[in-house]
Write a protein that binds this ligand. Structure first.
Ligand code: CMP
Length: 137
């Protein structure tokens, strides 16, 4: 069993597709083991994306991520990191496979609807960033 962190980003929440994303998780036997809606402040978003702080898009990414509420979820399943990234599609929606979340709903390389951890170590940091042990079922 593996775990990963999912975020439905401000554009996904604004588009009313929280249910659609969750339906795709459930249809693919991915279990939600923690979930909450939060509105991050600048410090929280910068801390989460600290690995990208030298990138040219960092400032814009932070402004976007604090522009509205997000839904954060810890997910569990076999090979769930790869499986969920497959459901999301490529970071750039133009390169995402048809039928993936980003291909269906993203409008921009930055406003790409969802986030998913890219490796087990990242997942551990990212889940721990938003959830304590009592919040994970
Ligand atoms: P995410 O998977 O959350 O990881 C980092 C985020 O930065 C990414 O999704 C996009 O929202 C954003 N991002 C990645 N690459 C670019 C880019 N080239 N230009 C703008 N934003 C980007």
């Amino acid at each position: 069993m593996e775990r990963t962190l999912s975020i439905i980003k401000p554009d996904g929440v604004a588009k009313n597709i929280i249910g659609e994303v969750i339906k795709r998780l459930e249809n693919n036997s991915i279990k939600i083991i923690a979930i909450k809606m939060i509105h991050m402040n600048k410090n929280q978003a910068e801390g989460f994306y600290t690995v990208h702080n030298e990138r040219p898009f960092f400032g814009s990414l932070i402004e976007f991520m604090i522009s509205g509420p997000v839904v954060v979820m810890a997910l569990e399943g076999e090979n769930v990191i790869k499986k969920y990234r497959g459901l999301m599609g490529a970071t750039n929606y133009k390169e995402a496979e048809p039928g993936t979340i980003r291909s269906d709903f993203a409008t921009d390389i930055e406003k790409n609807v969802v986030h998913g951890s890219d490796a087990p170590e990242t997942a551990e940091f990212e889940i721990g960033y938003f959830f304590n042990n009592f919040e994970i079922i």
